[in-house]
Design a protein around this ligand. Structure first.
Ligand SMILES: Cc1cc2nc3c(=O)[nH]c(=O)nc-3n(C[C@H](O)[C@H](O)[C@H](O)COP(=O)(O)O)c2cc1C
Length: 315
């Protein structure tokens, strides 16, 4: 039977919105602000270098907010810390886990027993059906307007398809930057929205003022897909530096990443190199600016507290 509940009911929150997990950007202050303003936030476990830091963050959010909190786990082989991150999340009892980039089987198995909900990122029907069979509580339908690693389908194609074919609720991710867009994805059948890019330029985020200001100054037309960051297409702001280095892997990397024996290592190297340049750009003043953001920065007109960003989104 179809689960037709809204995210408000599923998670016990006032508005049907998840502040989406964002590598380097999300932190505990943001999650606390989200929770105290009627929505919920999720943080990538990868934003913490050590298990101690990760534990401390979960405990801080718990202590300073009353609503549900989520954690994002990268569940493929590129994340060697996944086992420990899952163990900690289960032990400390987060409310939900968002899985991305791989099979959520192990996460679902461990979370079910503890009553922790699992929402899985999907970009098409095939994977949505797979995670539903595995026991996911909802799918997060990542469409082609999303910031980060966007999917191939528009929200108009993806949401109705998943709502029709799946029994679990569909949370939409991508392209929601104001109330009209939130209403639009709800009218397509989504039970809620996972919203990322518009929260980068928040006072609570620890990224550099330059990164936040870029989200104010640039708009949807300035977002390009780059394979230089992680090897897979990722949305970045088309700064003069990005224009200079280009958005495609160089021919040597591209060629080597097709080689059967070498591809695993080349992919890993590209990933590590890309993450380092993202990290440098996110936290320090550098001319080598590789800033990840999606087209909804079109709606960002100033750096504001999260309470104001949420207010504008729901009222
Ligand atoms: C800067 C940035 C970092 C992101 N990092 C992650 C991540 O670590 N894990 C993940 O599953 N999704 C990540 N995403 C995707 C978001 O969770 C979410 O799907 C997306 O932001 C929704 O689209 P929107 O930006 O249009 O709201 C990231 C997105 C952005 C903009």
């Amino acid at each position: 039977m179809k689960d037709k509940r809204l995210l408000t009911e599923i998670l016990g929150i006032e508005f049907p919105i998840i502040m989406a997990p964002m590598f380097l950007v999300s932190n505990s202050k943001m999650l606390i602000a989200a929770s105290n303003n009627g929505i919920t936030g999720a943080v990538p476990a990868l934003n913490y270098r050590t298990d101690e830091e990760f534990r401390a963050a979960i405990k801080e959010v718990r202590a300073k907010s009353t609503g549900p909190m989520g954690v994002n786990l990268i569940v493929n082989k590129s994340n060697p810390k996944m086992e420990q991150q899952l163990k900690t999340s289960v032990e400390l009892g987060v409310d939900y886990i968002i899985t991305s980039l791989g099979s959520p089987a192990e996460v679902i198995k461990q979370c079910k027993a503890k009553g922790i909900k699992v929402f899985c990122d999907v970009v098409d029907l095939k994977f949505a059906k797979k995670v539903e069979q595995l026991g996911a509580d909802a799918v997060i339908a990542v469409n082609k307007e999303a910031g980060g690693h966007a999917g191939p389908m528009s929200r108009e194609e993806l949401i109705p398809l998943l709502v029709e074919e799946c029994n679990i609720p569909v949370i939409s991710a991508g392209g929601v930057g104001n109330k009209a867009e939130l209403d639009h994805v709800l009218s397509l059948g989504a039970c809620g929205a996972s919203v990322g890019s518009i929260f980068i330029a928040s006072e609570e985020s620890d990224v550099s003022d330059e990164y936040k200001q870029a989200c104010v100054d640039y708009g949807a037309k300035d977002i390009v897909l780059s394979t230089k960051v992680s090897g897979s297409p990722c949305t970045v702001i088309n700064t003069p530096y990005v224009q200079k280095i280009g958005t495609k892997q160089n021919w040597l990397e591209a060629m080597l990443s097709k080689n059967k024996r070498l591809k695993k290592w080349v992919k890993m190297l590209t990933f590590v190199k890309g993450m380092k340049s993202l990290e440098k750009s996110a936290f320090s003043a550098t001319y080598k600016t590789v800033w990840c953001a999606g087209p909804t920065i079109e709606h960002v007109k100033s750096i504001r507290p999260i309470s104001e960003i949420i207010n504008a989104l729901v009222k």
